[in-house]
Design a protein around this ligand. Sequence first.
Ligand SMILES: C[S@@+](CC[C@H](N)C(=O)[O-])C[C@H]1O[C@@H](n2cnc3c(N)ncnc32)[C@H](O)[C@@H]1O
Ligand code: SF4
Length: 360
Amino acid sequence: MTARSTGEAEGGMAARAGRLLAMARDRGVATTLNHVAAAIAVRRRPRVVRSWPRFLQFEVTSRCNMACAQCSRSTLGVPARQGHMSLTLFESLLGQFHRYQSVTLHGLGEPLLNPELPAMVKAVRARSAHVRVGFNTNGLRLTPDLARSLAEAGLDEIGVSLDAASSDTHRAVRGGGFEEIVARVRAVCASREPRPAMALALVVMEPNIGELVQFVELGKSLGVDRVSLCDLSMRWRAQGADPMAVRSLDAARQNSLEAERRAREAGLPFWYTRLDRALWPDAFIPCFYLWDYPYITWEGRLTPCCALPYAEHSLGDLRATPFRRLWNGPAYRAMRAALVSGRIPPPCANCHHASPEGPP
Ligand SMILES: C[S@@+](CC[C@H](N)C(=O)[O-])C[C@H]1O[C@@H](n2cnc3c(N)ncnc32)[C@H](O)[C@@H]1O
Ligand code: SF4
C-alpha cells in the first residue's frame, strides 16, 4: 500500500499511537520499533538503512502461462533462465530476514505454477501468525480446492489480475481466458470460508479505460472483498508510442473516479495506486523499494524491485552473501545515493517512482 493509494488507513496522532500499541501487543515490541524505524528510513532515504525491510517479495517462479502486453516479460523480454524457486531455497532465504510484516509470493511469473506454493505459505505462517501473506495470480490455475489448501496453509489474500471487464479487452491485453477465469473466481468466492480474502486487480491501460466501472460491478457480482487499480509502473517507450499507455486522459480520470464512487456506493473497498503523472499531475510516490521492499528472484538474487527482476539488476546473491551484509553493501548504497541525488540510475529511468518529473 502506498501514500496515494485510496483506502489507506488514516487518522491523527492518537489513531497512529493506538495502531502502534496494538501492533506491539500483537507482533511484539521489536517488530513495532522496526516498523517505526523503517517508516523513518522511507521518509528520509538514507544511504545506510538500519531497519529490516517490512515488505518482502519472493519470485516463487519465473515461468508463466500467459504473455500479457504490459508485463516486463513482454517489455523487457522473457528471462534467459527460468524456473521455480524450491521450498528448500525459499526457507533458507526467508530465514535471513527478521521483523517483516508482509510477504508477497509472486514475482515475474505465475505463482500457481509452483507446486510448492502451499508449503511456502505454511513456512511463512509457521514463523508468525501476524505476517500478511498473499500473491497475485492470472487465475488460470485457481480452483476452490487449491484456494482452500492455501487458506489452510495460512494464506491471507489472493489477488486475481483480470485487467478487463470483457472478454475482448482481456484478450487484447492478457491474451484470453476471461470467461474461464471469471468462473474460477466465482467458484472460489462461493466456497471460501472466510479466508482467503479475494481481490480483483486491474492495471489501468488505454484498452480498458472504458471498462473501469464495469470492473467494479464485476467484482461486486463475483463477491470479491476488494478491487484494486494501479497505473502502469514504468513507461518503456516515449509517451504516445506504447499501445498500453493511457492516451485518453480525461476519459481515464472520469471513469476511474466514477468507478471509485460506484465501489463506495456498493460498499466494496477500492484502492487505486496513482503513479502516472500524465494522468495525475500531482501523483508522486518516491521510491520506497530500495529502503523497505526488496525483491528476491527464483534463483536467490536480490534485486531492487519487481520491475527490475533480472540477473543484470542483481544487487547480490543471497545464496552466497547473507541479506544483512547486502542490504547496506556497496551496490545498495550507491543506488540509494544516486536516486536521492537526482542522478537517476539507468535501470530506474523509466520508473514513475524515480523522480517527481516522472519518466521522460
Ligand atoms: C507480474 S504479475 C505476476 C503475478 C501473476 N502472474 C499475475 O498476473 O497476477 C503481478 C502483478 O503485476 C501487474 N503488472 C504487470 N505488468 C505491470 C505493469 N507494467 N505495471 C503495473 N503492474 C503490472 C499484473 O497485472 C499483476 O497484478
Ligand atoms: S502479468 Fe502475470 S500472467 Fe501476465 S505475463 Fe506477467 S507474470 Fe504472466
